[in-house]
Design a protein around this ligand. Sequence first.
Ligand code: FES
Ligand code: MG
Length: 589
Amino acid sequence: MPEKPKLRSHQWFDDITDPSATALYIERYLTFGLTQEELQGDKPIIGIAQTGSDLSPCNRPHVELAKRVREGIRDAGGVALEFPIHPIQETGKRPTASLDRNLAYLSLVEVLYGYPLDGVVLTIGCDKTTPACLMAAATVDIPAIAFSGGPMLNGWYKGQRTGAGTIIWEARKLLATGEIDYKGFIELVASGSPSAGYCNTMGTATTMNSLAEALGMSLPGQAAIPAPHKERAAMAYLTGKRIVEMVHEDMKPSDILTKKAFENAIVVNSAIGGSSNAPIHINAIATHIGVELDVMDWERVGLDVPLLVNLQPAGEYLGEDFHHAGGVPAVVAELIKHELIHEDAITANGRTIGENCRDAEILAPEVIRTFDTALKKSAGFKVMHGNLFDAAVMKLSVISPEFRERYLSNPDDPDAFEGRAIVFDGPEDYHHKIDDPSLEIDASCILFIRGTGPIGYPGAAEVVNMRAPDYLIRKGIRELPCVGDGRQSGTSGTPSILNASPEAAAGGGLALLKTGDRVRIDLNKGRADILVSEEELEARREALDDAGGYHYPQSQTPWQEMQRSCVDQLSRGMVLKPAVKYKKIARTF
Ligand code: FES
Ligand code: MG
């Protein structure tokens, strides 16, 4: 007799040493028609972690796609058990969806740890759903594979491509200049989202789905397939089949999520023009799997990688075009030619990323560029520090010649800029005051927002990309540089310094800044400083301490209060500090 394979689910469903417990564990799963043979035999029990629902439109395709995932699981000899994940809809959740990334993470950890699952298919998509799922898979460390719901089809308006998310910035400017009215504004914004799926731009969703593939956590070539395409459902089937094999091979997230995999993800993020939310989420996944990765790795590994993918907001095209051009494998193949990818990193299909992608072709050279025709030379993040914060990230590639001219402080030093600070305390203060003429905001100003980090605005507000006042937009000054301790939408292209850590609410230097201060940004040195004396800074610090520190609004829900009490800063992935010590917990069950 061949030895019966040991499955984790047997600890619930087939433990002969404790028949009463086994009976209680198993009997309710029989009530919907499963048989003892399915639950106690050698069939792996595979969870389908369902992120789609009516509350989560971006991931709603997964409700249908899960049926094909099930068929794949069944055909490979497994049994599928689908369960819901706490909804995280980027555009639906107040005050911000990112508040719930860690909540969904926590609850998924409990499900994966506490239920009879041998492996799991993670249905990823909308911005925070991908990191929440991968972080939980990292902590628990049972075999796991990610499967995207796919981006929307391209948006169109009057013959032009309109991108989900990005079009809102353009539409807001047209509303400010009176070129469109409120009804036209909504119509134009909605044109960017013409079908089911997640944002068709290179926002946080397409970024994180692409990076899940670059990390090796999904099947190759799956991230870019649009949600309505037939290949999407076929990929659901193949993913279901593959997870069953992964259980038999005992291939776990810790086998895939190595330092090399994370460095590959950083390189790919630069090449695709990925979202500034990526360092937060990728660092969080690394933290939970126990790989040392910090914000400086993003500059070290990613800064000088060129921008190859011509997608909005950095470029012209959208998700459908990216798919037709070859998607992530075509980008990776080009990066392999320039020796920027660790080719031996293993991926979910059991092959290396080199084997998967080496021969992939660029099928539309206007959409995926080669190094020779790259859109930008250094597309990664510069990590900034100074007396305003210890770490913040900036995309150098969004700095236009016009910006350089407007803020240049010394003609002999083309990388040092100065401006007058305009400071807002949180999003409400900004919305309230941005058009106030008494602030005298002009083309030499730099907009600052604080009170928007993980503690100040629970979950960290996506508000650093502030618009210029309407009266400046009407004069043709469409953008001002922005700095803040919050995040920026992955679909925005404003020159900004963001994710500043520590935030004002955690004692960061931003709390000391006053409207009217001169601020210097030196890109060469990677510094951002308030230009006031040490004594003045010290006096301001004392005054702030006397006032009880930086004030921020009260929590509105129990979770907001709990998260604020134990969350780490953006530069460290905004993880829950007490969660970090729990690693690979399914192994010691
Ligand atoms: Fe959900 Fe963009 S809002 S993917
Ligand atoms: Mg977003």
